[in-house]
Design a protein around this ligand. Structure first.
Ligand SMILES: Nc1ncnc2c1ncn2[C@@H]1O[C@H](COP(=O)(O)OP(=O)(O)O)[C@@H](O)[C@H]1O
Ligand SMILES: [Mg+2]
Length: 372
């Protein structure tokens, strides 16, 4: 898995089993390999370039994903032949949700044939396109797995992932007739990262430990302007990406911040508050009965930003906020592990989407199989 943040490749080794009709998953090993700056440049060139750049990037990414998988296996002392399959999400190049009368479009690259060739095991990839073809958003795809693994009879849980984009799954109590609600709440760390990169002239890639946001003060004026964005008011199903909350958006934030004479750290504090506030507002606006969840469990790199976490705690008070380690899961490993579980569902011939969440016409088996 390589997310919208372009921070690196995450690889998780997951043991999946089913007992008494309940899916169990255990993350045996996890490894995140940060991209070298040349690799990040190559991805950005692909994102902005033409067919030749994309074509080369597809093969290169496949190689990097194979490297990441092999390194993980070596550190875990597991031979590739012991794998049932590799589930590869790929790198999102473009993601366009369905709009008025038009189907959506999505493209994830990282050539599965290269991975199959290097590891000699089946590769399941391209998970989003089938849901899109069925009229859905192709996102989020985490909710079904969240429901299978993390639902509890005891209460309503919000599983909040904060990667480049932030997405939430609200799980009703197990066995209840309430539907699972899940969608992208908006930017996660993508805008924070991009603003930090701009104000530091490229010297910093993200707000390490939330230091800038802690030194600055959020501007209520700028925050009000940013919150007026129609994405936040839009009812689910909805999904978003770098197309909307990428570099151009960050430059616009910077321009507005300069008009208000905000310091660099105030700007970072403001976009950090934007992530926290849009998450909290989304819970109040879109959860069934507008009732807040009983707990909020955070995963993704955003959980490592203490200032963002503090702002989230304040924004959704009195809901207790923890990270996924409270449930025995490495918060960084979750997204990659989910795609291993989706690969398992593919092999079992079972659907991986939740149509009520993505808007697809029905449940679909997700992904395409490249034989070993
Ligand atoms: N120590 C830290 N302090 C602040 N932010 C961090 C820290 N470690 C990671 N992050 C954030 O996490 C991001 C990566 O999160 P990740 O979940 O991998 O996102 P994605 O799925 O979009 O790749 C980084 O870009 C950065 O913003
Ligand atoms: Mg990442």
């Amino acid at each position: 898995m390589s997310g919208t943040s372009l921070d690196g490749v995450d690889a998780a080794l997951v043991q999946v089993d089913e007992r008494d009709g309940r899916l169990g998953a255990y993350v045996e090993a996890f490894r995140s390999t940060a991209y070298e700056s040349e690799q990040r440049t190559a991805i950005k060139r692909g994102l902005e370039g033409g067919p030749a750049e994309l074509c080369r990037l597809n093969v290169e990414l496949g190689g990097w994903f194979a490297d990441a998988a092999l390194r993980l296996l070596a550190s875990a002392g597991v031979a590739p032949a012991e794998l049932a399959a590799v589930g590869s999400h790929g790198q999102t190049i473009w993601h366009e949700p369905p709009g008025a009368g038009a189907v959506g479009a999505t493209l994830q690259l990282g050539e599965p044939a290269v991975i199959a060739e290097r590891l000699g095991v089946p590769v399941i990839s391209d998970f989003r396109t089938r849901d899109i073809a069925a009229g859905g958003h192709g996102a989020p795809l985490v909710p079904l797995v969240d429901q299978l693994i993390f639902s509890t009879p005891d209460g309503r849980r919000a599983l909040q992932n904060i990667g480049g984009i932030a997405n939430v799954t609200l799980l009703p109590p197990e066995g209840s007739s309430e539907p699972v609600v899940a969608f992208d709440t908006g930017p996660g760390v993508a805008v924070i990262d991009a603003v930090v990169e701009l104000v530091s002239d490229g010297a910093e890639r993200y707000d390490l430990d939330g230091r800038r946001a802690s030194r600055g003060r959020p501007s209520e004026k700028l925050l009000a302007l940013l919150l007026a964005d129609d994405y936040f008011a839009q009812a689910p199903p909805k999904s978003t990406g770098r197309e909307r909350y990428g570099a151009a958006y960050a430059e616009e934030v910077l321009r507005k911040g300069r008009e208000l004479s905000l310091s660099a750290d105030d700007l970072v504090a403001t976009v950090t508050a934007l992530t926290a506030r849009t998450i909290a507002d989304a819970y109040r606006d879109f959860f069934a009965g507008a009732a807040l969840p009983d707990e909020c469990i955070v995963s993704g790199g955003g959980a490592r930003n203490p200032k963002l976490m503090q702002m989230l705690v304040e924004a959704i008070d009195p809901v207790p906020v923890t990270d996924l380690s409270a449930l025995g899961w490495d918060p960084d490993a979750k997204e990659a592990a989910v795609f291993a579980i989706l690969a398992h569902l593919h092999l079992a011939g079972r659907p991986g989407n939740l149509p009520s969440v993505t808007g697809a016409a029905g449940p679909r088996v997700l992904g395409k199989l490249t034989p070993p």
